[in-house]
Ligand binder design. Structure first.
Ligand code: PMP
Length: 452
C-alpha cells in the first residue's frame, strides 16, 4: 500500500541520509519525491506540488524532458568520459556556443558546481595578477547577503553569517560591503543617489584596503539567494567603472541569473558592463547533470599561455569537470531555451506575476514585492512603517500553507542578520499559463487567509 511504502521510505531516509541544512524533525522532514514533469513534482504519497523554486533555482526548462535524457544516454553510450586534460566534441561545441551567447571571446573552463566555478575564478584572478607582476593583489570584495557557494573560498565570498560562522577560519582575503537594498534605503534618498553611494562604498573599500591589494570584485547581477535584491543599472555600471579605474577584475556570478532567468540571456546583460570572468552552473544544464563554467576574458587567459615559464600554467584539475554527457546535455538545454523562446517567456511570466500580485501590496505584512524576469521576492514585515522584518513564525506559516495547497516556494536571507523574511519564487521558465494561474491562486488564497 502506497502510504506504508512512503512511510517506510521516510524511515530509511531518516536513518541514512544527511540532508542539506535542516535538522530532521516532524515538521521539516523532506518531501520524498518520486517523479517530476514540467513544473510539477509528485511524492511517494501521490501528492503533487508545483515547484515554485525550480529545485534550488535551477530547473529552467522544467522536469522530465526526454530529449535531454536521450542526448545524455547517446553520449554516455558513445563515449562516457574524457578528461578535460584532453578534449571532445561536446565540450568544444558548448564553449563555442557560450561565446556566441556572450557575444564575445572568453576561454571556457569546465567544473562541476557553482562553488567550483567560483573557486576557479578566485584562483585565476590571483594568479593573473601575480603573472602581471602584481602579486600583492590577493583580496576579493564581495557583498553581504550574497551567496557564492559552500566550499571554504566560495563561502568566504558569501555574505551570510549564518552559513559561515561555525566553519571559520575560512579562506582569508575576502572583504564585504553592503549591497543596495532599495526597499530599505534611507528615507528621502532617491534610488539613483542611493545606488551610486553603494557603488562608491566599493571604491572606498578599495582605497582603505590599499588599492594594490585588491584582486577582484565578485557579484551576482542581482542578489538572488540573499533576498532578491535588484540593483539599479547605475550601481552595476559604476562598479564596473571603479574596477577599471583600480585595475580590479570584475567577476560576475551568473549561477542563478544565467540562461534566461531574468528575461535576458545572462543577468549582466541588463547592464552596460563587460565582466572579466563569468561563472555559470545551475541553469547551464537545468540541473539534469552537474556542470559549471568559468568563462575568462581572452586577454587574461593569454597571460597563462604566453610565457615559456612552466609555472605560468593554471594548476587546477577536476576529474569530472566537462564530462561529455553533461556538455552534450547543456547544448541541448540551451537549444531548448532558444527554440522555446524561454528567455522571453521568463520576462512575460515575471510581468504577469508582478502585475497580478500587485494587490498583495495592501496586505498588512507585505512590505515589498520585486522581480526581474521570473525571479521574485516578497519581503514580509511586521510593520510597514518601521519595516521591521516579519517574525519567523509568520514567514514559515505562509510557506507551509503554500505547501499544504500544493505550491513550493522558498525563503531567503540571513537569520543571524535578521533578514530571513523574504519569500522567493523562481518557477521553471517553461511554466504554462495554467501553472501560473495555479501559483497565483495559491499565493492569493494563502495571503488572504493570513491577514491577521
Ligand atoms: N553562486 C550562486 C549565486 C548560487 O546561488 C549558488 C548555489 N545556490 C552557488 C554559487 C553555488 O553553487 P553550487 O551549489 O552548485 O555549488
Amino acid at each position: 500500500n502506497v502510504k506504508e511504502e512512503a512511510q517506510s521510505l521516510l524511515e530509511k531516509d531518516q536513518k541514512n541520509v544527511w540532508h542539506h541544512i535542516s535538522k530532521y524533525d516532524e515538521n521539516t522532514h523532506p518531501m520524498i519525491a518520486k517523479e517530476a514533469k514540467g513544473s510539477w513534482i509528485t511524492d511517494h504519497n501521490g501528492n503533487k506540488y508545483l515547484d515554485g523554486m525550480s529545485g534550488l533555482w535551477c530547473v529552467n526548462v522544467g522536469y522530465g524532458r526526454e530529449e535531454l535524457a536521450q542526448v545524455a544516454y547517446e553520449q554516455l553510450k558513445d563515449m562516457s568520459y574524457i578528461s578535460m586534460s584532453q578534449s571532445h566534441l561536446p565540450g568544444i561545441k558548448l564553449a563555442e556556443k557560450l561565446n556566441e551567447m556572450l557575444d564575445d571571446d572568453y576561454m571556457i573552463f569546465y567544473s562541476n558546481s557553482g562553488s567550483d566555478a567560483n573557486e576557479v575564478a578566485f584562483k585565476i584572478a590571483r594568479q593573473y595578477h601575480q603573472q602581471n607582476g602584481e602579486s600583492s593583489r590577493y583580496k576579493f570584495i564581495s557583498r553581504y547577503r550574497a551567496y557564492h557557494g559552500g566550499s571554504l573560498g566560495a563561502l568566504a565570498a558569501t555574505g551570510q553569517s549564518l552559513r559561515k560562522y561555525k566553519y571559520e577560519p575560512l579562506t582569508s582575503g575576502f572583504l564585504h560591503v553592503a549591497p543596495p537594498d532599495n526597499y530599505r534605503r534611507p528615507k528621502g534618498q532617491s534610488v539613483e543617489e542611493y545606488n551610486l553611494q553603494k557603488a562608491e562604498e566599493i571604491e572606498e573599500k578599495i582605497i582603505w584596503e590599499q588599492k594594490e591589494t585588491i584582486a577582484a570584485v565578485i557579484m551576482e547581477p542581482l542578489i538572488t539567494g540573499g533576498g532578491v535584491l535588484i540593483p539599479e543599472p547605475v550601481y552595476v555600471e559604476k562598479v564596473q567603472e571603479i574596477c577599471n579605474r583600480y585595475g580590479v577584475l570584475l567577476i560576475i556570478d551568473e549561477v542563478i541569473c544565467g540562461f534566461g532567468r531574468t528575461g535576458r540571456t545572462f543577468g549582466h546583460m541588463h547592464y552596460d558592463i563587460k565582466p572579466d570572468i563569468i561563472t555559470m552552473a545551475k541553469g547551464l544544464t537545468s540541473a539534469y547533470l552537474p556542470l559549471s563554467v568559468t568563462a575568462v576574458r581572452k586577454d587574461i587567459y593569454e597571460t597563462f599561455n604566453s610565457s615559456d615559464d612552466e609555472n605560468s600554467h593554471f594548476r587546477h584539475v577536476n576529474t569530472f569537470g566537462g564530462n561529455p554527457a553533461a556538455c552534450a546535455l547543456a547544448l541541448k538545454n540551451i537549444e531548448i531555451i532558444e527554440r522555446d523562446n524561454l528567455t522571453n517567456r521568463a520576462a512575460v511570466l515575471g510581468d504577469r506575476l508582478r502585475n497580478e500580485l500587485k494587490e498583495l501590496e495592501a496586505h498588512p505584512y507585505v512590505g515589498d514585492i520585486r522581480n526581474q524576469g521570473f525571479v521574485m521576492g516578497i519581503e514580509m514585515v511586521e510593520d510597514k512603517e518601521t519595516k521591521e522584518p516579519a517574525h519567523d513564525g509568520r514567514v514559515k506559516k505562509i510557506i507551509s500553507d503554500c505547501k499544504a495547497n500544493g505550491l513550493i516556494i522558498g525563503r531567503n536571507g540571513d537569520t543571524v542578520a535578521g533578514y530571513n523574511n523574504i519569500l522567493t519564487l523562481c518557477p521553471p521558465l517553461s511554466s504554462t499559463d495554467a501553472d501560473l494561474d495555479f501559483i497565483l491562486s495559491v499565493i492569493k488564497k494563502v495571503f488572504k487567509e493570513n491577514e491577521t
